[in-house]
Design a protein around this ligand. Sequence first.
Ligand SMILES: Cc1ncc(C[n+]2csc(CCOP(=O)(O)OP(=O)(O)O)c2C)c(N)n1
Ligand SMILES: [Mg+2]
Length: 325
Amino acid sequence: MKDGQGEGATDRRVGWLRKMIEIRLFEEKVQELFMKGLIQGTTHLAQGQEGVSVGAIAAMREDDVLTMTYRGHGQALARGMDSEAAFAELMGRASGCCGGVGGSMHFTDFSKGLIGAFAIVGAGLPVAVGAAMSARMQGKDSVALTFFGDGSTNIGTFHESLNMASIWKAPVIFIIENNLYGEYTPLRETTPHEDLAIRAQPFQMPGIVVDGQDVGVVHDTVAEAIERARRGDGPSLLEMKTYRFRGHSRSDPAKYRPEGELDRWKARDPITILGARLAEESVLSEDDQKAAWDDIQSQIDAAADRAAEAPFPTLEETHRYVYAD
Ligand SMILES: Cc1ncc(C[n+]2csc(CCOP(=O)(O)OP(=O)(O)O)c2C)c(N)n1
Ligand SMILES: [Mg+2]
């Protein structure tokens, strides 16, 4: 289904806007809780990249699955993870999506097709190829999506996974979140070309450069790649051009970015782009949008408060996942 076309298109786009706002405010809150010492370990925020998560995941069917990276809060929420379960996981509480033992880098919920979040760069790709082949062998027509960063395209598993997926025509969609940096290193210092989509060519699959800041474009491109995979025509590599507004992790101030770069990308904020379009079409006025931000902010605050009141897992519970019975 195309963005802006067909029945229910308007409602769908309002839903996308609300979901992107939810992810943005969720991550603002994560930063706040982290600075207060309520979240242990680390965090990798993806503010600015919401259009990729929301657009791509809106194109999925309920029985499709996905893998993601340590920067995966947006994908988990876009796939319907409850923000309270997500906050609880971050704060190490038993009510978290992984019982409080996974943390920020391991949001997982098999009931929602969130089959793994990986801290090891490139580790999610072969798992998605395996999941796609597993569905095929069981006679299902579900597909697997795998989200990973630009830096991952220089990792061996990227090339191995694309090769194998191509040979087997695995129903998998490879989604690069090209935010121009791998940790603190700009892409141009590690990679000899600007458009990573060309890396599809040796593996004989479509490689498409996508405006990751336009949620509608993301949705439509992913929807087409999913259709292709579902009908048995094999994988695609989609390169989402996007940007993370904050640093790589924790309190990284991202001083390595050239002056003006952040402002240029903030002018292409995916929430502002869709918001302006909906206002222009008189679907949601600026007042309506302000009310949406306020409403979602209070839901996020309440979810974080409830999560913070939940108990920690017992020592016995945490051991359950470490030692075999
Ligand atoms: C195999 C491996 N090598 C190095 C690291 C350390 N590391 C963590 S995140 C990261 C950067 C990855 O950049 P990219 O794939 O572009 O993803 P982004 O963080 O930008 O979303 C690196 C090198 C790791 N986790 N795993
Ligand atoms: Mg990157």
